[in-house]
Design a protein around this ligand. Sequence first.
Ligand SMILES: [Zn+2]
Ligand SMILES: [Zn+2]
Length: 185
Amino acid sequence: MDLNHIALNEIPPQGASYKVADEAVWVRRLGEFGVSCRIVEPVEAEVLVLPQEDGCLLRGVIRGVVSMPCNRCMEETLVVLNQSFDEFEDYPRDGETEPEGKEPTEILDECVVTMEGGAPFLDLAALLWEEFSLALPVKPLCKPDCKGLCPECGKNLNEGACGCVLDNGDPRLAALRQLKVKRQG
Ligand SMILES: [Zn+2]
Ligand SMILES: [Zn+2]
């Protein structure tokens, strides 16, 4: 089965179910887009594809465990994925790259449904990448109260204080810092 090229007009009216456990779908794009995320436990997806007259209903779930650097302290952080989705993809007109009104963003810049000679084709791998990247937290935290790194010495403050004297409370020093920034600019 070619995940990138599913002929939607060959799917029966009751739809077709796909189970995808091929990590290449996600691993290749993680590398391509430079996303700091590593798959720790198998990522799997189940999708029901239901073609309609002018589009296609895509309903399913993505599950797995990945590891990402904590947004504050950079420590490896486990993220459990359990993302269900329910989407409707419009069929684009022939020659159109994206359905109207849909702004492609950098990381999701792939067409999920394309028309070829009037027949719709589904790129299931592109859809699964889209759902996977939407499931990833924007700012993963190793724990809700992560103390992060010391801005002076870079020590992980979850492991204890570092002894640096921080000046965040002092408005006079804050003014000095701004001066420094201005001079550099
Ligand atoms: Zn952290
Ligand atoms: Zn420090």
